[in-house]
Design a protein around this ligand. Structure first.
Ligand code: SAH
Ligand code: SF4
Ligand code: F3S
Length: 464
């Protein structure tokens, strides 16, 4: 278990690099820009990256044109995500041409792949360093190498990536926060790149997580999402018999008015103990349970370790325990070998469960995963057509579910003014449904009650 964590010697070495960087850039008023692609895990990592940059003496800027250091935190989940990352990295060539002292670094899931790292090294000469998600704590070392032009670093987490506790953090939002409870994934779903780029599962110690949550709540944070690729297997490799149910029970002992969300859960590990723990105080009345496909043979080819009967059994338990629970899911359409019949089964599950929302994705073959070389790849036009049918069905369900909310009073957490209209505020319910409302007073960061007066497919409209 001890080798889950970065050693003290390594952290001390980084502190020395940090000192060196601080004295190099002292009094220079340097600015750093961080761009984040991908999921909440990357968002959480970027908050640490910004924390490290600030601790080194940089000021964070939103303007990439004036930045002295640029970090691109990349995603590799689908081909589109990688293309986008490469095109963003491409535009920083001009920054370096204009100011050769600009530090340019790439991190995240895309750069954790050997072929991508090699490509960045060979074809993007202005990139000073690239590293994977397990080497965040080494940022001071990479920046020092870049500032002194001593070396370009291209680091893969080929050894077991580890957890670095105690990294500084700059949080994006005061009332909503991410808290990683574990890193990596052991599941190797046959379509997915994550286990190859984020390494094996490793959990943080419960006391570290509880301390972080308590401090957030004390500072006024109202919505905390516990993050992991599969939070249901939290604690398995720790000594002490910890699991996610234990963690939720302990967190719910923290005093205060706040919501705890989980992101995300694997059905194969959705135990009765976890379902029971969802009724603990503070745990939000929302569960995200990725389905991926409604066909058991496809689930088998996906290596998901559950079939549809088991999946629906969990859904039924969740609904029985709390009939008003908000349910959301992830679905992949066009997995290799998916027949019309398999796809119909996915639609059937959607109709049966009536999710509040569905995050659906067209299957994208990822190099290095088993599904990349599976036979029976589905033609693009069929994938697209299925995607559209699924979206249409879900929109209908979402619209119907939203309409049923009219006249009801809901508790929301207010996020702030709407982007397009100064008088309108945006908020979210416990189940993450967006509710717009008009107000003369700014309730940002507070819980308030709204009466729903009108709805559409994607949002609700309420009044105080
Ligand atoms: N660990 C999470 C998923 C993280 S990735 C879980 O198991 O729930 C988020 C979603 O991206 C997945 O649930 C899946 O629906 C989708 N996804 C992953 N790999 C994909 C691929 N190769 N093509 C299309 N969608 C994919
Ligand atoms: Fe990917 Fe499956 Fe792990 Fe989720 S559980 S990150 S889909 S391999
Ligand atoms: Fe992308 Fe990595 Fe998240 S591949 S979806 S950023 S875990």
């Amino acid at each position: 278990m001890l080798d889950n964590f970065v050693s003290l010697t390594e952290l001390e070495k980084m502190a020395e690099y940090a000192d060196k960087v601080r004295s190099l850039i002292k009094n220079k008023s340097l600015r750093a820009f961080v761009i984040t692609l991908g999921c909440q895990q990357n968002e959480a990592d970027s908050e640490r990256i910004k924390g490290i940059l600030v601790s080194l003496g940089y000021t964070i800027t939103d303007d990439e044109k004036i930045a002295d250091a640029i970090i691109v935190n990349t995603c590799a989940i689908r081909e589109h995500a990688e293309k986008r990352a490469l095109s963003i990295i491409g535009r920083y060539k001009h920054n370096k041409a204009k100011n050769p002292d600009t530090v340019i670094g790439v991190c995240g899931c895309m750069s954790a792949q050997e072929h991508r790292s090699e490509h960045l090294k060979r074809s993007y000469h202005y990139v000073d360093f690239a590293f994977g998600t397990g080497s965040l704590h080494r940022l001071p070392e990479f920046i020092y190498g870049a500032l002194t032009k001593a070396k370009r670093s291209f680091v893969l987490d080929t050894e077991r990536p580890q957890i670095a506790e105690g990294l500084p953090v700059v949080r994006e939002c005061a009332h909503r926060a991410w808290v990683s409870i574990m890193y990596g994934c052991n599941n190797f779903c046959t379509y997915c790149i994550v286990p190859y780029v984020r390494g094996r599962e490793r959990s943080r110690m419960p006391e570290d997580i509880i301390k972080e949550v308590r401090e957030l709540v004390e500072s006024g944070c109202k919505d905390i999402t516990l993050l992991g690729q599969n939070v249901n297997s939290y604690g398995k490799e720790l000594d002490g018999g910890y699991d996610i149910a234990y963690l939720l029970r302990e967190i719910s002992k923290i005093e205060g008015d706040f919501w705890i969300h989980l992101m995300t859960s694997h059905p194969k590990d959705a135990s009765d103990a976890l379902i029971e723990a969802l009724s603990c105080k503070s745990v939000a009345n929302h569960f995200h349970l990725p389905l991926q496909s409604g066909s058991s043979p496809i689930l088998k080819r996906m290596n998901r370790h559950y079939d549809i009967d088991r999946y629906l059994e969990i859904i039924d338990k969740l609904k029985r325990q709390n009939p008003s629970i908000t349910l959301t899911t992830d679905i992949i359409v066009g997995f290799p070998g998916e027949s019309d019949e398999d796809f119909e089964k996915t639609l059937e599950v959607i109709r049966r469960v009536e999710y509040d929302s569905v995050y659906s994705f067209v299957f994208s073959p990822r190099k290095g995963t088993p599904a990349y070389s599976m036979e029976d790849q589905i033609p693009e036009e069929i994938k697209k057509e299925r995607f559209e049918r699924l979206t249409e069905l879900q929109n209908e369900i979402s619209r119907k579910k939203n309409e049923a909310m009219v006249g009801k009073t809901v508790r929301v957490l207010v996020d702030g003014k709407s982007k397009n209209n100064d008088k309108i505020y945006t908020s979210r319910t416990e189940g993450n449904k967006i509710v717009h409302f008009e107000a003369d007073k700014d309730y940002t960061g507070q819980f308030i009650n709204l009466k729903i007066i009108r709805t559409d497919t994607f949002a609700l409209y309420g009044e105080i």
